[in-house]
Ligand binder design. Structure first.
Ligand SMILES: [Zn+2]
Ligand SMILES: [Zn+2]
Ligand SMILES: [Zn+2]
Length: 86
């Protein structure tokens, strides 16, 4: 059980299908991009499969710091990419 810092919702709750606070991502250089919604097909999961890390439904925005989130800027794993390092 854990509550998202951004949307303040319980992530394990089935009613929470997306992070309501994760619409756009602002990068240090001022670039603002739309967050990439969760796509189970990209990970070879069935299309109904909820995010294994943050439990959002397919098509929903991940909660921030989910390790399955894709960076819309570089296409890499968001938590591991270099877009936020100086
Ligand atoms: Zn959230
Ligand atoms: Zn997720
Ligand atoms: Zn990146």
């Amino acid at each position: 059980m854990s509550v998202c810092d951004a949307c303040k919702k319980e992530m394990s709750c089935a009613d929470v299908t997306a992070c309501g606070a994760r619409g756009h991502i602002e990068y240090p250089d001022g670039t603002v991009l739309q967050a990439v919604p969760y796509d189970p097909g990209r990970l070879s999961f069935p299309k109904w499969f909820r995010c294994p890390d943050c439990n959002v439904a397919p098509g929903g925005a991940h909660h921030p710091y989910c390790d399955q989130e894709i960076c819309p800027r570089c296409g890499g794993q968001f938590v591991a990419c270099d877009c936020f390092t100086d």
